[in-house]
Design a protein around this ligand. Sequence first.
Ligand code: SAH
Length: 253
Amino acid sequence: MRFDVITIFPEFFTSILEHGLLKRAIASGHAVIRLHDLREYTDDRHRTVDDRPFGGGPGMVFKPEPIFRAVEALRSEVQEKSFPVILLSPQGRLLTQAVAEELSQAARLVLICGRYEGVDERVAENLATDEISIGDFVLSGGELAAAVVIEATIRLLPGVLGNEESRQQDSFAVPAGRPSADGHGLLDCPHYTRPAEFRNWKVPDVLLSGDHEQIRLWRRRRALEKTWRRRPDLLAQVSLSEEDRRWLEALKT
Ligand code: SAH
């Protein structure tokens, strides 16, 4: 999968691309990430990317021309012209695991990072095919948001995670054969590792028992319980077994 990031701070990404999963995904050829300096697409001596807002008010706004030029240059490189062009914006649709799944199906994504007061609205209206927000808060720029989209998407590409099973068990993942109305699963169950006792806090006995069926049941119940307590909105969408329902009823009483 190829990512083209349009930004005024390409160096912002160097460190995250050199660690952990992203580094491995790039080294193994699962992902290609190209950083494009928006200033390369300006045509004045000062390489101006922003200007004052029409109508007055504080701050600066990204001009449309360099962004259009950058995306059009990327389109002209390839036969397939219809790849998603995503504007990172707090006004976009919220990034969720289901949205990450959807994005991971594309062969190529363009990510446009805004700064200052944002981006001339004509980019959202006439160039971007999608706007994505990483949450209901405002960042100073789209770079961190683009990095979040890239990481959430890349870890879903087949072969990128060493252990595909671990992905199936993650929070929000929808296990095979258990569809949910909005594509969301439960929160993950708690995890523990050695030592079995740490400062008087003991790991639940069942995890040390070696009884796989009991462990499976315990994990499912803890996942249901956590989701019920913290994110009942997710629980409403998940397809539950009879066994799950009985446990939830027991919790509620
Ligand atoms: N005035 C704008 C915010 C501009 S923040 C508004 O209130 O809607 C500057 C840039 O940071 C945005 O153009 C966007 O690219 C990025 N950004 C800020 N918050 C974001 C979020 N929650 N998700 C994705 N991108 C965000």
